[in-house]
Design a protein around this ligand. Structure first.
Ligand SMILES: [Ca+2]
Length: 281
């Protein structure tokens, strides 16, 4: 009897210990899971923060540069409005300072900018919807003609403020961009004033070459009609290169004259080595 009681007690004690052990294991598991969840929340919060990136573009001295401003929306507390100042200590902003992408308008947002000499204030706003991930605008800057190849001019975004649809403050991480000055590439033969822009008089000169059906070298430039072919052919004469400017070749020069912001740039691999628009376009 006594032995049985002892055995029962012993069994009862063992059961109590097992329950305590199970309770302890369960509590331990809950604690561990809480820590894992908290760490995961912290890590996702760090990865999901809104970010603003300014691109890096290579351009020569004297060129106009088009610099994309890319935004990545966070998963939570996404800003509906962004206000920022972008500054460049060595590069002047061209008016209007920045241009909205079609993507921004498609998503119901607007851009307002106030350019200063070496900075531009930007506001992206409109509606309560979060600002979507994508290229919001392009900054428009002019590189000084005195810039030297190898120079790097940084562009910083400062004082970035975001507000969600309830006007609650949201933080935005920013990454600076830069313009890297490249060796001066050869400009288009039509651009006789060498300012990365094909003006109307420069275009009319190419139209004269087209109308004459043939052209030749003359005084380090080109003239309509038959003559000397000892110089390098005109850049407009590329498809085929035959000392004639045909209609499609003329249309290419007209395209660069009508280009966005009235400028062109060099582009390796393009049909004629050039392309309409600013560097970075
Ligand atoms: Ca030709």
């Amino acid at each position: 009897m006594k032995r049985n009681t002892t055995t029962r007690q012993c069994h009862a004690d063992k059961g109590f210990d097992r329950r305590r052990s199970r309770q302890w294991t369960f509590a331990h598991l809950v604690n561990t899971l809480s820590i894992v969840v908290a760490l995961y929340a912290l890590s996702t919060a760090a990865f999901a923060q809104a970010t603003l990136d300014i691109a890096q573009v290579s351009a020569p001295a004297g060129a106009i540069v088009f610099l994309p401003l890319y935004y990545a929306a966070p998963d939570e507390v996404a800003p509906a409005t962004l206000v920022m100042q972008v500054s460049s200590p060595a590069l002047a902003f061209e008016k209007p300072g920045a241009l909205a992408t079609p993507f921004l308008a498609e998503n119901g947002k607007m851009l307002d900018c106030e350019p200063g000499n070496y900075s531009v204030s930007l506001a992206i706003f409109g509606g309560a919807n979060p600002i979507p991930t994508g290229t919001l605008c392009h900054l428009l800057l002019r590189v000084s003609p005195e810039a030297q190849p190898g120079n790097t001019f940084p562009i910083h975004s400062e004082a970035v403020h975001g507000a969600d649809s309830a006007a609650a403050y949201t933080t935005v991480q920013t990454h600076s961009g830069a313009v890297l000055i490249m060796d001066a590439p050869r400009k288009h033969s039509a651009d006789t004033s060498e300012d990365w822009s094909i003006s109307l008089p420069e275009l009319i000169h190419v139209i004269d070459l087209y109308k004459a059906n043939e052209y030749h070298c003359e005084d380090s430039d080109y003239a309509p009609g038959v003559g000397d072919r000892s110089c390098a052919p005109h850049d407009a004469d590329y498809s085929p290169q035959d000392w004639r400017v045909n209609l499609s070749e003329l249309l290419r020069v007209i395209q660069m004259h009508n280009a966005p912001y009235g400028v062109y740039h060099v582009k390796q691999g393009s049909e004629d080595g050039f392309a309409p628009g600013p560097f970075g376009y």
